[in-house]
Design a protein around this ligand. Structure first.
Ligand SMILES: C[C@H](O)[C@H](O)[C@@H](O)C(=O)CO
Ligand SMILES: [Mn+2]
Length: 421
């Protein structure tokens, strides 16, 4: 088999060389790309604070596939397998509800770095950077539907303190792992029906963010990000943290990253077209790559035109150092480890497709006004033997080639997941 892979790669390399593309260089660059895998795919966004509590905040994980992680050790074991099946070295994106507090109940605004000590040890041992998120949902103080934009000052203060604490926890990750942690704030705040006052919650949200970010934290260790959303379940008519709100907020400050979630816009509105615009005005962009399907923003990532376009914007645009690529989906109807692996491998495959593009050539057609040649080449590229280059990457990275990753997932399911109640 490896002989066949090698032969196919040699032929592919020759074909791409004919277009002026160096496949070895493409693979070397692909090796440098690190995705931030979201921990919450592993347990349907339950966390360990109160795993039986209902998921709130206008998000939902549907399905009841067996074997979800019930504690941090199981989640880490599941992640270990996922990382072994995804080529490259990748990060983990944690949420505050994944703190390990033993028998103690720690309220969210009192969480400390020590409650994530095992995550840090594990990340260090396995060369994963860590990213982080305050959890502003699934909590009695978010039950009104409002957190940082709440009209109740006590509720607002609770979430402000939680977000400040999370930034400090993020900085502790960055210090321990020698790679800055992106701490991303997403809040569910919104109205089911038409608001009488659209401005007041946004004014309060701005004030809350200003207070959260007024606490100085070294950007060498922690980078702040904010994530918009068009609507959520039960917040269909209005969200305080809309795209325009956060685009304006991040552009006006220049020290906060803009998080674009592919599932948080109108169904035909694509984030791929927002990256080049946003990067002219904000220091960096964080992506939550997801797949929206009708009302749901969080299906497993497939190799869609949009995912290819997103990676194209990052790579052909020369923006790899200013875009933090994260994943965000939660599917409880299929094997959760396979969900991670399928989604992450697809993002890496889209990255490879972008790396195998003769960008300079396409741009010179465009500059010359030769849109015919541009289109002809773009379409021709779709039939190039990129899958042979991908297989070679998997060989180099010592991960299963093709569908073989599924055998390992199935074996693990029999050995481990099937024993979970
Ligand atoms: C669980 C996450 O905070 C969540 O997915 C957020 O990033 C989001 O996208 C909410 O719709
Ligand atoms: Mn998201």
């Amino acid at each position: 088999m490896s002989r066949l892979i090698q032969d196919a790669y040699t032929l592919a390399k020759e074909r791409y060389a004919g277009l002026g593309v160096d496949t070895d260089q493409a693979l070397a660059t692909l090796d440098q790309i690190s995705l931030s895998l979201h921990c919450w795919q592993g347990d349907d966004v339950a966390g360990f604070e109160n795993p039986d509590a209902e998921l709130s905040g206008g998000i939902a994980a549907t399905g009841n596939y067996s074997g979800k992680a019930r504690n941090a050790d199981e989640l880490r074991r599941d992640l270990d397998l996922a990382y072994r099946l995804i080529p490259g070295t990748h990060r983990l994106n944690l949420h505050a509800i994944y703190a390990e507090t033993g028998d103690q109940k720690i309220v969210r605004n009192e969480l400390q770095p020590e409650h994530f000590a095992s995550w840090i040890d594990w990340a260090k041992a396995n060369h994963h950077g860590l990213d982080f998120n305050p959890t502003c949902f699934s909590h009695p103080l978010s039950a009104s539907g409002f957190t940082l934009s709440s009209p109740d000052p006590a509720i607002r203060q609770f979430w402000i303190d939680h977000c400040i604490g999370c930034r400090q926890i993020g900085a502790s990750f960055g210090r321990a792992l020698d790679t800055p942690c992106v701490t991303n704030i997403w809040i569910p705040d919104g109205f089911k029906d038409t608001p009488a006052d659209r401005a007041a919650p946004r004014r309060r949200l701005k004030e809350s963010l200003d207070q959260i970010l007024a606490v100085p934290i070294d950007r060498q260790y922690n980078l702040d990000a904010v994530e918009s959303k068009l609507f959520g379940l039960g917040a269909e008519s209005y969200t305080a943290g809309s795209h325009e709100f956060y685009l304006g907020y991040t552009a006006s400050r220049n020290d906060v990253l803009l998080c674009l979630d592919a599932g948080h816009f109108h169904p035909t509105e694509m984030i791929s077209d927002k990256i080049s615009a946003a990067l002219l005005f904000v220091p960096a962009v964080v992506l939550h790559i997801s797949r929206p399907v009708r009302w749901d923003s969080d299906h497993v990532v497939t190799l869609t035109d949009e995912v290819q376009a997103i990676l194209h914007e990052i790579i052909a645009g020369g923006n790899l150092d200013r875009v933090h690529i994260g994943l965000d989906f939660f599917d409880a109807s299929i094997n959760r480890i396979a969900a991670w692996v399928i989604g992450a491998r697809n993002v890496m495959r889209a990255a490879l497709l972008a790396l195998l593009e003769p960008t300079d050539r396409l741009r010179s057609f465009e500059t010359a006004g030769d849109y015919t040649a541009r289109l002809a080449f773009q379409e021709e590229l779709k039939g190039m033997p990129w899958a042979a280059v991908w297989d070679q990457f998997c060989v180099q990275q010592e991960v299963p080639i093709g569908i073989r990753f599924l055998d390992e997932v199935k074996q693990y399911e029999t050995r481990e997941l099937s024993k979970r109640a």
